[in-house]
Design a protein around this ligand. Structure first.
Ligand code: UTP
Length: 404
């Protein structure tokens, strides 16, 4: 069978082979042979991966309703936590390329005068809930090969920010190769193709591969609250959110915020062919974006903030199904044909990712649970500007979090 290095177009691999010693080539070829290259076929399908069905608006559980049923939701949620039925999953396997850090994103100092780390703030947010419940929530932290050791040692060094170590478990997500825009596999060294984490959608499969399913079952965990590392105002294992999902008898829930304007760049929770789904802002027609209800509210009014609650049993079922693979443009450092190391300033290649938002579409139903964005949404994607460390610091200060 033809090997990847036999393909003439694979100039980076071939150039590395021509430079390498026999011993180095043995290492490289073993690595190349261990990779499933069919992933590259997705480049041709990248426009069609998102061929979508028929969208329709999905009514959210709005803040007014949550306020009127808060006692009931809170009790249900706290009971589920106390009964040990809730686990939390921190998605921290990303590379944070927009932030340009060479360390895990969670190690970012978000304090101004004082040292306050992103991981620390998240643990602090979780502890507010566990203090109220009087019970700990097991926290599963997804890392990648690139940041695993640094993440674990950061938690160790900071004594898990006061959270009990036996309630924190780490697992590593899988990697996929990266290539340039014409499908040439990029090399990160003479013996290593460039590999990147395979997106945040593979987290449950990675948990299974890491042997954590028996652990979840043994602990009696029935619900997993999945959340992103980069929202420092993230409410984790929020009893009201859990309680609302239980009260509505649904198998998933998604925290949503009211869109700031019809064209805000945020994925909107809706239905697609009758099942819950997320329509990306760039997929929305002008009519969809601007369509309003009789009371003047936008029909597609609520955006997701990467905080979901999923039923474990349903996750086990969908683990056997295929998820769409998205071809994403990113900056990928590489070694060129002359052996020179290049650190691109602009996206130069494709990574292959599955996305957690596609899991929502695999659920029977989903509760769109509205939260106040000024208290729960401060994503840090960049250092400055929109969704940045600067904007998050302002939002944290407005919430009374001391940064200095
Ligand atoms: P983003 O989509 O913002 O990606 O991740 P990123 O890698 O952090 O940042 P950029 O795009 O390179 O600048 C959203 C969430 O999903 C996690 C991230 O850690 C973050 O919590 N994630 C992303 C993973 O856990 N694994 C991945 O492969 C990608």
């Amino acid at each position: 069978m033809k090997k990847i290095w036999d393909e003439e177009k694979q100039t980076y691999i071939r150039a590395a082979i021509s430079r390498n010693t026999d011993r180095e080539n043995e290492v490289l070829k073993n690595r190349l042979e261990a990779i499933d290259w069919s992933v590259l076929e997705h480049i041709e399908r990248k426009e069609t991966v998102n061929e979508r069905g028929v969208f329709a608006p999905l009514q959210a559980v709005e803040q007014s309703e949550i306020a009127s049923r808060s006692g009931e939701f809170r009790e249900l949620g706290l009971k589920a936590i106390r009964d040990g039925k809730v686990g939390a999953v921190l998605l921290a396997g990303g590379q944070g390329t927009r932030l340009g850090l060479d360390k895990p994103k969670g190690t970012l100092c978000i304090g101004e005068g004082k040292q306050l780390y992103l991981f620390e703030q998240l643990i602090c947010n979780l502890t507010e809930v566990t203090d109220e419940a009087g019970a700990f929530v097991p926290l599963y932290v997804m890392t990648s090969n690139i940041n695993h050791a640094d993440t674990v040692s950061f938690f160790e060094e900071h004594r898990y920010f006061g959270y009990p170590k036996e309630y924190v478990m780490f697992f590593v997500q899988e990697m996929e190769p990266a290539c340039d825009f014409s499908g040439r596999v990029l090399m990160s060294s003479n013996t290593q193709p460039a590999m990147s984490p395979n997106g945040n959608g593979g987290w449950f499969l990675s948990m299974i591969r890491a042997g954590l399913l028996p652990e979840l079952k043994q602990r009696g965990i029935e619900w997993l609250n999945v959340f992103a590392v980069d929202n420092c105002l993230q409410r984790i294992a929020d009893p009201l959110f859990i309680g609302a999902t239980l009260a509505y008898g649904c198998e998933s829930g998604a925290k949503v915020v009211r869109k700031a304007d019809p064209y805000e760049k945020i994925g909107v929770l809706c239905t697609e062919d009758g099942s819950p789904s997320i329509v990306e802002y760039y997929e929305m027609t002008k009519d969809m974006a601007e369509d309003r209800r009789d009371d003047g509210e936008l029909k597609y009014a609520f955006g997701v903030i990467l905080n979901y609650l999923f039923s474990r049993k349903r996750l086990e079922k969908i683990a056997k199904e295929h998820m769409p693979i998205h071809v994403v443009e990113k900056k990928v450092p590489y070694i060129d044909e002359n052996g020179i190391s290049i650190k691109p300033q602009q996206p130069n290649g494709y990574k292959f990712e599955t996305l957690v938002l596609d899991m929502v579409h695999m659920m029977r139903d989903c509760v769109p649970y509205e939260v106040d964005r000024s208290y729960e949404f401060a994503p840090i994607k960049n250092l400055h500007g929109v969704d940045s460390l600067d904007s998050a610091r302002e939002l944290m200060k407005n919430c009374g979090i001391l940064l200095s």
